[in-house]
Design a protein around this ligand. Structure first.
Ligand SMILES: Nc1ncnc2c1ncn2[C@@H]1O[C@H](COP(=O)(O)OP(=O)(O)OP(=O)(O)O)[C@@H](O)[C@H]1O
Ligand SMILES: [Mg+2]
Length: 218
Protein backbone atom coordinates (compact mmCIF):
# COMPACT_ATOMS: atom_id res chain seq x y z
CA UNK A 1 0.00 0.00 0.00
CA UNK A 2 1.05 3.58 -0.55
CA UNK A 3 0.57 6.08 2.29
CA UNK A 4 1.40 9.75 1.81
CA UNK A 5 1.82 12.18 4.72
CA UNK A 6 1.04 15.80 3.86
CA UNK A 7 -0.48 19.07 5.05
CA UNK A 8 -0.30 22.83 4.62
CA UNK A 9 1.46 23.74 7.83
CA UNK A 10 5.11 23.11 8.78
CA UNK A 11 6.15 21.36 11.96
CA UNK A 12 2.99 19.32 12.52
CA UNK A 13 4.77 15.98 12.79
CA UNK A 14 4.67 14.88 9.13
CA UNK A 15 8.18 13.45 9.10
CA UNK A 16 7.75 11.87 12.54
CA UNK A 17 4.53 10.28 11.31
CA UNK A 18 6.04 9.07 8.03
CA UNK A 19 8.99 7.45 9.83
CA UNK A 20 6.83 5.60 12.36
CA UNK A 21 4.21 4.50 9.85
CA UNK A 22 7.03 3.02 7.78
CA UNK A 23 8.13 1.13 10.94
CA UNK A 24 4.57 -0.18 11.40
CA UNK A 25 4.14 -1.30 7.78
CA UNK A 26 7.62 -2.85 7.75
CA UNK A 27 6.41 -5.23 10.44
CA UNK A 28 3.88 -6.60 7.88
CA UNK A 29 6.01 -6.60 4.72
CA UNK A 30 9.05 -4.76 3.30
CA UNK A 31 8.47 -0.99 3.44
CA UNK A 32 10.21 1.90 1.70
CA UNK A 33 10.17 5.50 2.94
CA UNK A 34 10.33 8.06 0.14
CA UNK A 35 11.63 11.41 1.33
CA UNK A 36 9.73 13.87 -0.85
CA UNK A 37 10.70 16.96 1.15
CA UNK A 38 13.61 18.99 -0.33
CA UNK A 39 14.71 19.63 3.29
CA UNK A 40 15.42 15.90 3.47
CA UNK A 41 14.53 15.65 7.15
CA UNK A 42 13.70 11.95 6.94
CA UNK A 43 16.96 11.20 5.10
CA UNK A 44 18.90 13.19 7.72
CA UNK A 45 17.17 11.29 10.53
CA UNK A 46 18.12 7.99 8.89
CA UNK A 47 21.72 9.11 8.29
CA UNK A 48 22.27 9.98 11.95
CA UNK A 49 21.52 6.41 12.98
CA UNK A 50 19.70 3.45 11.55
CA UNK A 51 16.17 2.58 10.46
CA UNK A 52 14.72 -0.89 9.96
CA UNK A 53 13.70 0.12 6.42
CA UNK A 54 15.27 1.94 3.46
CA UNK A 55 14.88 5.68 2.87
CA UNK A 56 15.32 7.11 -0.63
CA UNK A 57 14.48 10.51 -2.09
CA UNK A 58 11.90 10.98 -4.82
CA UNK A 59 14.58 10.97 -7.54
CA UNK A 60 15.45 7.38 -6.64
CA UNK A 61 11.89 6.30 -5.96
CA UNK A 62 11.00 4.84 -9.36
CA UNK A 63 13.81 2.32 -9.21
CA UNK A 64 13.28 1.18 -5.64
CA UNK A 65 9.50 1.22 -5.41
CA UNK A 66 9.01 -2.03 -7.32
CA UNK A 67 10.94 -4.01 -4.69
CA UNK A 68 8.71 -3.03 -1.76
CA UNK A 69 5.20 -4.02 -0.68
CA UNK A 70 4.55 -0.82 1.20
CA UNK A 71 5.57 2.75 0.51
CA UNK A 72 5.30 5.75 2.81
CA UNK A 73 5.91 9.19 1.29
CA UNK A 74 6.94 12.20 3.40
CA UNK A 75 6.26 15.57 1.78
CA UNK A 76 7.15 19.21 2.24
CA UNK A 77 4.94 21.67 4.08
CA UNK A 78 2.69 24.08 2.16
CA UNK A 79 1.92 22.17 -1.04
CA UNK A 80 -0.30 24.17 -3.37
CA UNK A 81 -3.82 22.82 -3.92
CA UNK A 82 -2.88 21.10 -7.18
CA UNK A 83 0.08 19.45 -5.43
CA UNK A 84 -2.25 18.11 -2.81
CA UNK A 85 -4.62 16.69 -5.37
CA UNK A 86 -1.75 14.98 -7.20
CA UNK A 87 -0.35 13.65 -3.90
CA UNK A 88 -3.73 12.24 -2.95
CA UNK A 89 -4.18 10.68 -6.38
CA UNK A 90 -0.81 8.95 -6.04
CA UNK A 91 -1.59 7.01 -2.86
CA UNK A 92 -4.12 4.75 -1.16
CA UNK A 93 -4.49 7.02 1.85
CA UNK A 94 -3.36 10.55 2.58
CA UNK A 95 -2.55 11.07 6.26
CA UNK A 96 -2.81 14.69 7.36
CA UNK A 97 -1.13 15.35 10.72
CA UNK A 98 -2.14 18.46 12.61
CA UNK A 99 -1.34 19.82 16.04
CA UNK A 100 -4.40 20.80 18.10
CA UNK A 101 -3.65 24.56 18.23
CA UNK A 102 -5.68 27.27 16.52
CA UNK A 103 -3.10 28.14 13.85
CA UNK A 104 -2.65 24.55 12.79
CA UNK A 105 -6.41 23.99 12.70
CA UNK A 106 -6.77 27.08 10.48
CA UNK A 107 -4.18 25.71 8.08
CA UNK A 108 -5.93 22.37 8.22
CA UNK A 109 -9.10 24.09 7.01
CA UNK A 110 -7.30 24.91 3.75
CA UNK A 111 -6.06 21.36 3.36
CA UNK A 112 -9.50 19.93 3.98
CA UNK A 113 -11.13 22.28 1.48
CA UNK A 114 -8.76 20.97 -1.14
CA UNK A 115 -9.31 17.35 -0.06
CA UNK A 116 -13.05 17.29 0.31
CA UNK A 117 -13.55 16.85 -3.40
CA UNK A 118 -11.56 13.62 -3.19
CA UNK A 119 -14.01 11.94 -0.85
CA UNK A 120 -13.54 11.24 2.83
CA UNK A 121 -12.26 7.69 2.31
CA UNK A 122 -9.09 9.00 0.69
CA UNK A 123 -7.65 11.00 3.58
CA UNK A 124 -7.61 10.96 7.36
CA UNK A 125 -6.57 13.58 9.89
CA UNK A 126 -4.17 12.69 12.70
CA UNK A 127 -3.86 14.85 15.82
CA UNK A 128 -0.20 15.06 16.84
CA UNK A 129 1.91 16.66 19.57
CA UNK A 130 -1.16 16.54 21.81
CA UNK A 131 -0.53 17.93 25.33
CA UNK A 132 -1.68 15.95 28.37
CA UNK A 133 -4.75 16.83 30.39
CA UNK A 134 -5.75 19.15 32.02
CA UNK A 135 -5.13 20.82 28.65
CA UNK A 136 -8.39 20.74 26.70
CA UNK A 137 -6.64 21.17 23.34
CA UNK A 138 -7.42 17.66 22.11
CA UNK A 139 -11.08 17.87 23.09
CA UNK A 140 -11.45 21.27 21.46
CA UNK A 141 -9.68 20.16 18.29
CA UNK A 142 -11.91 17.08 18.02
CA UNK A 143 -14.94 19.31 18.44
CA UNK A 144 -13.66 21.71 15.74
CA UNK A 145 -13.02 18.79 13.39
CA UNK A 146 -16.32 17.03 13.98
CA UNK A 147 -17.66 15.45 10.78
CA UNK A 148 -14.22 15.05 9.21
CA UNK A 149 -12.38 11.72 8.96
CA UNK A 150 -10.17 11.71 12.04
CA UNK A 151 -8.16 8.88 13.63
CA UNK A 152 -9.55 7.85 17.05
CA UNK A 153 -6.01 7.72 18.45
CA UNK A 154 -3.97 10.90 18.83
CA UNK A 155 -0.19 11.10 19.08
CA UNK A 156 0.81 12.43 22.47
CA UNK A 157 3.38 15.17 22.98
CA UNK A 158 6.41 13.24 24.23
CA UNK A 159 10.07 14.26 24.25
CA UNK A 160 10.99 10.73 23.20
CA UNK A 161 10.10 11.75 19.63
CA UNK A 162 12.69 14.53 19.64
CA UNK A 163 15.28 12.21 21.14
CA UNK A 164 14.53 9.68 18.40
CA UNK A 165 15.08 12.23 15.63
CA UNK A 166 18.37 13.33 17.22
CA UNK A 167 19.63 9.78 17.67
CA UNK A 168 18.56 8.71 14.18
CA UNK A 169 16.35 5.86 15.33
CA UNK A 170 12.64 5.06 15.64
CA UNK A 171 11.14 6.08 18.97
CA UNK A 172 11.00 2.52 20.34
CA UNK A 173 14.81 2.46 20.38
CA UNK A 174 15.12 5.58 22.51
CA UNK A 175 16.12 5.34 26.15
CA UNK A 176 13.24 7.22 27.72
CA UNK A 177 10.73 6.00 30.30
CA UNK A 178 7.83 7.05 28.07
CA UNK A 179 9.19 5.92 24.71
CA UNK A 180 6.91 2.86 24.74
CA UNK A 181 3.85 5.15 24.98
CA UNK A 182 5.07 7.08 21.96
CA UNK A 183 5.47 3.90 19.94
CA UNK A 184 2.09 2.53 21.08
CA UNK A 185 0.36 5.60 19.65
CA UNK A 186 1.83 5.08 16.18
CA UNK A 187 1.24 1.34 16.33
CA UNK A 188 -2.46 2.02 16.81
CA UNK A 189 -2.46 4.34 13.81
CA UNK A 190 -0.52 1.81 11.74
CA UNK A 191 -3.10 -0.91 12.50
CA UNK A 192 -6.02 1.42 11.75
CA UNK A 193 -4.49 2.30 8.38
CA UNK A 194 -3.76 -1.31 7.58
CA UNK A 195 -7.37 -2.26 8.27
CA UNK A 196 -8.82 0.71 6.38
CA UNK A 197 -6.73 0.25 3.27
CA UNK A 198 -7.24 -3.51 3.18
CA UNK A 199 -11.01 -3.00 3.29
CA UNK A 200 -10.85 -0.68 0.27
CA UNK A 201 -12.12 -2.78 -2.66
CA UNK A 202 -10.04 -0.84 -5.22
CA UNK A 203 -6.90 -1.66 -3.28
CA UNK A 204 -7.91 -5.26 -2.60
CA UNK A 205 -8.57 -5.93 -6.24
CA UNK A 206 -5.48 -4.07 -7.36
CA UNK A 207 -7.40 -1.60 -9.53
CA UNK A 208 -5.73 1.36 -7.87
CA UNK A 209 -1.98 1.89 -8.28
CA UNK A 210 -0.23 0.06 -5.46
CA UNK A 211 -3.32 -2.01 -4.81
CA UNK A 212 -1.67 -5.37 -5.22
CA UNK A 213 0.51 -4.56 -2.21
CA UNK A 214 -2.50 -4.61 0.10
CA UNK A 215 -3.06 -8.32 -0.48
CA UNK A 216 0.30 -9.18 1.06
CA UNK A 217 0.03 -11.50 4.06
CA UNK A 218 0.27 -9.78 7.43
N1 LIG B 1 4.28 13.76 19.21
C1 LIG B 1 5.31 14.59 19.37
N2 LIG B 1 5.69 14.99 20.59
C2 LIG B 1 6.73 15.85 20.77
N3 LIG B 1 7.46 16.35 19.77
C3 LIG B 1 7.13 15.99 18.50
C4 LIG B 1 6.05 15.09 18.23
N4 LIG B 1 5.96 14.93 16.89
C5 LIG B 1 6.93 15.68 16.35
N5 LIG B 1 7.64 16.31 17.31
C6 LIG B 1 8.77 17.24 17.14
O1 LIG B 1 8.25 18.40 16.49
C7 LIG B 1 9.18 18.88 15.52
C8 LIG B 1 8.51 18.86 14.14
O2 LIG B 1 8.21 17.50 13.80
P1 LIG B 1 8.38 16.98 12.29
O3 LIG B 1 9.72 17.31 11.77
O4 LIG B 1 7.96 15.56 12.29
O5 LIG B 1 7.27 17.91 11.59
P2 LIG B 1 7.08 18.19 10.02
O6 LIG B 1 5.63 18.43 9.83
O7 LIG B 1 7.70 17.11 9.22
O8 LIG B 1 7.91 19.53 9.85
P3 LIG B 1 8.30 20.22 8.43
O9 LIG B 1 7.06 20.90 7.95
O10 LIG B 1 9.41 21.15 8.80
O11 LIG B 1 8.74 19.12 7.50
C9 LIG B 1 10.39 17.97 15.62
O12 LIG B 1 11.31 18.55 16.51
C10 LIG B 1 9.83 16.69 16.22
O13 LIG B 1 10.81 15.95 16.94
MG1 LIG C 1 9.06 17.16 7.68
Amino acid sequence: MIITVAGYKGGTGKTTTAVHLACCLQSHAPALLIDGDPNRSASGWARRGEFPFRVVDERQAARYARDYEHIVIDTKARPDPEDLEALADGCDLLVVPTTPDALALDALGLTVEALQELGSDRYRILLTVVPPKPSRDEEEAREALRGLPLFDTSIRRLVAFQKAALAGVPVYQVKDPRAHLAWEDYQRIGEAIYEQVRRDPEVREGTRPGGEAASAPA
